[in-house]
Design a protein around this ligand. Structure first.
Ligand code: ZN
Length: 245
């Protein structure tokens, strides 16, 4: 099976369209949550995903858009965009988001929006936090999103007391059967990358070849920005798309 692995679309329809066009053929999408929030196209992104074979988790912004969590934990721009999203979601979109789980295990892969320890909230940004999380799942691989930074955390079988951070290779796939260890893999964000690269970020997992491949693709940022402007969304959220920060 060939899986398209995406996360943190954040209602950015132009970015999602570019990822789908770039990905080639796939059997199934695994989406790690945060379909909405920040961006101008929440219903359009949900509808597009629902047209395709997919499985999705819920993220903190999906919960916020449903009123399932307290917005005081959000910064003011995130809060404004979340309140806008609440008013914008159709009944069907709300029902769809409301049904999504926050974590799941499928075969060799555990998935959580944020972390296996705290599926909705924790940011796995460094090897110390990643190391603690390896005890919270039993499969060889865990897929997470939430940070908007594509990265791999690697724990070797020879030294399970330590965890290493690997920058995502863009020159070819990783062969998962050769790694002699376990990994927490983050495909980065489709709709709001924060690693200094504004291109949409995603990954391809091939469970026959047992390969994982990080990918980036440019998209029409100015279309998303124009749609955000037209909806009165916060200027800082519009500008940051240019920089991928
Ligand atoms: Zn997010």
């Amino acid at each position: 099976m060939r899986y398209l692995i995406i996360s943190d679309i954040h209602a950015n329809q132009a970015a999602l369209a570019s990822v789908l066009a770039d990905a080639g053929s796939f059997d199934l999408i695994w989406c790690l949550g945060d379909l909405v929030g920040y961006g101008p196209d929440p219903n359009e992104c949900i509808d597009r995903l629902c047209d395709l074979p997919h499985f999705s988790l819920a993220g903190n912004h999906d919960w916020a858009a449903l009123g399932k969590l307290d917005l005081t934990s959000f910064n003011s721009d995130a809060r404004i965009s979340s309140i806008w999203t609440q008013t914008e979601l159709t009944q069907a979109s709300r029902a769809y988001l409301d049904d999504l789980p926050t974590h799941v295990t499928k075969g060799q892969y555990t998935m959580a929006h944020a972390s296996p320890r705290q599926p909705v909230w924790e940011y796995v940004l460094d090897p110390l936090i990643a190391q603690r999380n390896f005890t919270y799942f039993e499969t060889p691989f865990c897929l997470v999103g939430h940070t908007h930074v594509p990265v791999i955390f690697y724990q070797s079988n020879d030294n399970p007391e330590r965890c290493r951070t690997l920058a995502p290779p863009y020159n070819g796939p990783i062969y998962l059967e050769e790694i002699n260890g376990r990994m927490i893999l983050n495909p980065g964000s489709v709709g709001q990358p924060r690693d200094g690269n504004p291109y949409a970020s995603y990954a391809i997992l091939d469970t026959d070849a047992m390969t994982w491949e990080h990918r980036r693709v440019p998209y029409a940022i100015e279309i998303t920005q124009e749609r955000m402007r037209a909806r009165g969304l916060p200027p800082r959220l519009i500008e940051r798309l240019d920089y991928g920060r």
